[in-house]
Design a protein. Sequence first.
Length: 317
Amino acid sequence: MKSLKIALFRILSLIFRYKKNEKTEEVKDIKSILIIRQDKRIGNILFTTSLIRLVNEEMEVKPDFVVGKRFSEILKNNKRIDKIVEYDQNKMAKNPFKFISFIINLRKKEYDLVIDCKDVFSFNNAILTLLAKGRDKIGYRNEMSNEYMTFSIEFPKNRDECHEVEYISKPFIEFAGKKLKTPDMEYFIEKGKIYNKETEKYLKRTKKIIAIHIGGRGSKTLSVEIIDRIIEEYKGRIIVLYGPDETEKVKKIKTEGAFLIKPESIEELAYYIDMSSLFITPDTGPLHIASALNKNIAAVFLKKIITGMDLKQMQNL
């Protein structure tokens, strides 16, 4: 399958590539930017908010952003983005005409700069970068980058010492030719939105709230014993956040002194995290939401976290 995709990509690159490895001389003249990040992990989308902020502050441009439909809500309130372009990969795969329609609409705008955020050859990211109209197309060097990028860089030698937000921003920083500092991540909450009136009343009674996120599957979960102990020892207000897979588990938790909440979306989860004074989690996705919101975090990991994916801007209490 991979060889077939590469063959198809090579054919398309002959049709749509109109210059090869020719970086523009006028970086300062960039007025429109497209960032492409196809990913199914919350943290990986949030890491790009540092890049969004960097290009917005450095180039004074609000970029457009191509993101998977399921995760577009993470960015929908981001004031630094001009337009979010939702890419529904499942629908495109089932109906090629939807993909063609998507590309036609994408090509209606010609960008001065297109940034591919994937650090390896990803057919989905690469094909969108290739087919988008762009004067300059940049990213990390890969087996096919010469076919669709005008500027690419090698992986940094200190990859293990480089946080993901710095890693994602590095191609743009080198393209800009300046010593730029990668800014912190951001998450923008929709102000004034109420998800549940009963929950809202509970949360408004106090300024100090501990939010406990049960976590996901496998090792990314907190035991009932740990949650019970926190509830018993802390006398303030506690909210326990859980998903549909933890419905049976929360029934075993002592609910006296705690309020159980099942967020229906990533946006709602972020809203409750933002209202907390301290956020406790064993899961990296919600952890990065809390980090982007600049919250106090107690991260509980039963396995070593991958280098570069740890907390960037908040202390691990």
